[in-house]
Design a binder for this molecule. Structure first.
Ligand code: PRP
Ligand code: ZN
Ligand code: MG
Length: 211
């Protein structure tokens, strides 16, 4: 019996996800170009997938566990359990507008075209603020949308802020804060739960050692 853990194939969470496993004493040979690998000293198989797809795979049981941003869990709204916050991948999901725009509050988003990978969260945010705007869902490179005339504003993850800066954008509204979390399938059997408990025990020890 092995647990299948899905982690991000490449991107902000990839390296820290691998690092966490190493710190837990779990040896995997990480080939970024490979789809999966096996731990040599722990009952774990690791799949490398697009972060946005991970909640679906965990809900379906294709993977038993996943490491993703809380924001992705919220956007996808899947039936999975959030088992543990992991303390890395801290960022915020924010609306950003061109630097030159005279922005004084959320009402300034009225009637704008907003490009985002998170249409569900943005729609909810707009509704709560009684704003009518046009949401353009795009799957990547959201930050270039205003520059090429595809949108007036964006909503995307901000960590250091350098992506916004390099694209002539400024943060206008923080919608939510996010960090990496461990998610699990809702129907783990007793043997699987036992392995998860063992993994969790190590993760908690690693987190404690850092405080
Ligand atoms: C996020 C976001 C920006 C970048 C922001 O991408 O989409 O591209 O991080 O970080 P910064 O403020 O430090 O510049 P992510 O790494 O989540 O990858 P993805 O968009 O491919 O999922
Ligand atoms: Zn992503
Ligand atoms: Mg990105």
């Amino acid at each position: 019996m092995k647990l299948k853990l899905a982690i991000q194939k490449s991107g902000r969470l990839h390296d820290d996800s691998i690092k966490l496993l190493k710190e837990c004493g779990i040896d995997i040979n990480n080939g970024v170009n490979r789809l999966k690998t096996e731990a040599s000293n722990f009952p774990l198989e690791v799949f490398f997938l697009r972060d946005d797809d991970i909640p679906q795979y965990v809900e379906d049981g294709v993977a038993d566990l996943g490491i993703v941003g809380e924001n992705v869990v919220m956007e996808k709204n899947k039936q999975v359990q959030v088992v543990e916050k992991l303390g890395f991948g801290k960022c915020r999901l924010s609306v950003a507008v061109p630097k030159a725009m005279d922005y004084s509050g959320v009402q300034d988003l009225h009637k704008l075209r907003i490009a985002t990978t998170y249409p569900v969260i943005v729609d909810d945010f707009l509704k709560k603020n009684s704003i009518t705007a046009e949401i353009h869902e795009i799957s990547g490179s959201v930050e270039i949308a205003p520059g090429i005339g595809l949108a007036d504003a964006i909503c995307d993850l901000v960590s250091s802020g350098s992506t916004l800066f390099m694209n002539g954008l400024k943060e206008a509204e923080v919608i939510l804060k996010s960090e990496a979390v461990l998610i699990a399938n809702n129907g783990l059997n007793a043997a699987q739960q036992q392995i998860l408990d063992k993994l969790l025990f190590r993760i908690k020890a690693v987190k404690k050692a850092k405080n």
